[in-house]
Ligand binder design. Structure first.
Ligand SMILES: NC(=O)c1ccc[n+]([C@@H]2O[C@H](COP(=O)([O-])OP(=O)(O)OC[C@H]3O[C@@H](n4cnc5c(N)ncnc54)[C@H](O)[C@@H]3O)[C@@H](O)[C@H]2O)c1
Ligand SMILES: O=c1ccn([C@@H]2O[C@H](COP(=O)(O)OP(=O)(O)O[C@H]3OC[C@@H](O)[C@H](O)[C@H]3O)[C@@H](O)[C@H]2O)c(=O)[nH]1
Length: 352
């Protein structure tokens, strides 16, 4: 340290770089227990839509122990019903804006509301979840030497001026808009991931997820696929927000989980786009849902919300080359699988 007080100011300059401390060894007791997992995995946000499907897949490996930390803001214990009480599974009611002290080998950090309605509900909390939550999970990763994967988002590209979006595109985001608690929050989360990687040698992985859909989405989640399916089953008009020509690319959840696990297990930090490159306007989506689920339903144009991105489609060249991953399930095949789940939950039987 050097102190300069020649002009009355006290400036401190650090001249030494801090050496990275190796993580502590796991507790010796860990290896004296009857069951020895190969891997103890933390899934934050594991009670949510993507998180609970990820947990299902991770639990299939009998050498994994899975710990879920969730504050149940948009997630539910119901999504994890089949694992509660299982000896390799633990569920903790925990808010990631608070520190968490546990011993794990990998962290899938998903905790964050994802539907615009929910992330805009309490924007200050959303940005805290993204920034403080990610900081806390990186602190945990540093303390125990765990590898950490962040589920970032296509929203980091904002209202993109490059189409389709490659990972090298820096985006077009409104930093003071109503979506910024989420998209700027995720951008800071990505920055934190890379700074911990460069400064502390933490093993990081970043997935930029594009719109994902499937069973277990909240019925009143507010996102477009769940809205249209619920509306079609209830016989209500499908609400297309104007202009209706805005596009999205929809990935079925099992493909997404496959991509996330490949990214975690592979050698690349990312960011890597994970999404289905099939691109649809919202009018096309409404027409497809109408045709497949309820041809008698009406399509109604309604008001939109500010800063809605006009187009979105992932360039998945990197995912193909680096992870050997590409989605298998087309929209027309995925929608009926989600319809089945929504019918059961809404109690609407299929007419023959
Ligand atoms: N589904 C998509 O289309 C999509 C697209 C891009 C990115 N993502 C990202 O993937 C992740 C999962 O999304 P999802 O669709 O499953 O959403 P979701 O809302 O179903 O799940 C989010 C989970 O995080 C929990 N959570 C929220 N805030 C928390 C907090 N402060 N502490 C602890 N838990 C908290 C919720 O209760 C919920 O269980 C999110 O990080 C989201 O940003 C999703
Ligand atoms: O009822 C509806 C709901 C939505 N929409 C439109 O559908 C499009 C998609 O909206 P959604 O609410 O499903 O989601 P968005 O694409 O805006 O954001 C999504 O993508 C990126 C993720 O990070 C977010 O978590 C996710 O919500 C928007 O253009 C919206 O205007 C409708 O036309 N009708």
């Amino acid at each position: 340290m050097a102190t300069n007080s020649s002009n009355g100011e006290h400036r401190t300059t650090t001249t030494t770089t801090q050496a990275t401390k190796p993580p502590p060894l796991p507790s010796p007791l860990r290896f004296s227990k009857f069951f020895q997992p190969n891997m103890r995995i933390l899934v934050t946000g594991g009670a949510g839509f993507i998180g609970s499907h990820l947990v299902d897949r991770l639990m299939q490996n009998e050498k994994n122990e899975v710990v879920v930390a969730d504050n149940f803001f948009t997630g539910s214990k119901d999504n994890l019903r089949k694992w509660i009480g299982h000896p390799r599974f633990e569920l903790i009611r925990h808010d990631v804006t608070e520190q968490l002290f546990i011993e794990v080998d990998q962290i899938y950090h998903l905790a964050c509301p994802a539907s615009p309605i929910f992330y805009k509900y309490n924007p200050v909390k959303t940005i805290k979840t993204n920034v403080i939550g990610t900081l806390n999970m990186l602190g945990l990763a540093k303390r125990v030497g765990a590898r950490i994967l962040l589920t970032s988002t296509s929203e980091v590209y904002g209202d993109p001026l490059v189409h389709p979006q490659p990972e090298s595109y820096w985006g077009n985001v409104n930093p003071i808009g109503v979506r910024s608690c989420y998209d700027e929050g995720k951008r800071v989360a990505e920055t934190l991931m890379f700074d911990y990687h460069r400064q502390h040698g933490i093993e990081i992985r970043i997935a930029r997820i594009f719109n994902t859909y499937g069973p277990r989405m909240n019925i009143d989640d507010g996102r477009v696929v769940s809205n249209f399916i619920a509306q079609a089953l209830r016989g209500e008009p499908l609400t297309v927000q104007v202009p209706g020509t805005q596009t999205r690319s929809f990935c079925y959840v099992s493909d997404m989980v496959d991509g996330l696990i490949r990214l975690m297990e592979g050698e690349n930090t990312g960011p890597i786009n994970l999404g289905n490159p099939g691109e649809f306007t919202m009018i096309e989506l409404a027409e497809t849902v109408k045709e497949l689920i309820n041809p008698s339903v009406e399509i109604k144009m309604v008001e939109n919300t500010p800063d809605d991105p006009r187009q979105r489609k992932p360039d998945i060249t990197k995912a193909k080359e680096l992870l050997g991953w590409e989605p298998k399930i087309k929209l027309r095949d995925g929608l009926p699988l989600m319809e089945e789940d929504f019918r059961l939950r809404l109690g609407v039987a299929k007419k023959n």
